[in-house]
Design a protein around this ligand. Structure first.
Ligand code: DQA
Length: 147
């Protein structure tokens, strides 16, 4: 199985950025650990981060036919990017939405996810561990689908 891990704007600043909210681990460290966990499950993980909406959309399009699923933390795009949502909808790949923080107990503008309606499910509030949960959930979903 091939899974694409996408991280949106400002997530390259993990470790530095509001560690009280997002934890002190860097994105590189998270990506490395997730890559190892994926490998143990026979999954090839490709990681990509961008601060640019269009680049994330390009990656989602490229995933069509080349990936089996997507794990995405869209950052603030979560709350307003219809373009990102439409891209996920267009490729019809199983996707899991991950947030480090519990967006539902933060500012009101973070309570809405325009991405949520086009993913299998959302994981929020478990810090970097959420990516591991997301990986396991997606792998399980793909296995059950292909049974
Ligand atoms: C985030 C939550 C978003 O509201 C915020 O804009 C982010 C990170 C999270 O992982 O908790 O950039 O997606």
């Amino acid at each position: 199985k091939r899974i694409l891990l996408l991280n949106g704007p400002n997530l390259n600043m993990l470790g530095v950025r509001e560690p009280g909210v997002y934890g002190s681990e860097t994105l590189t460290a998270i990506e490395q650990r997730l890559g190892e966990l994926a490998k143990q499950q026979g999954v090839a993980l490709t990681c990509y981060q961008s601060n640019v909406e269009g680049y994330l959309i390009d990656r989602i399009h490229e995933a069509y036919g080349n990936m089996d699923g997507i794990i995405i933390n869209p950052g603030a795009f979560t709350h307003y990017s219809y373009a990102l949502r439409d891209a996920l909808s267009a490729v019809q790949l199983p996707a899991v939405e991950v947030h480090l923080s519990n967006i539902h107990k933060r500012e009101t503008f973070r309570h809405t996810s325009v991405i949520a309606p086009v993913v299998i499910g959302q994981i929020a509030g478990f810090g970097a561990y959420g990516y591991e949960l997301g990986l396991n959930a997606l792998v399980r979903h793909l296995q059950e689908r292909d049974e």
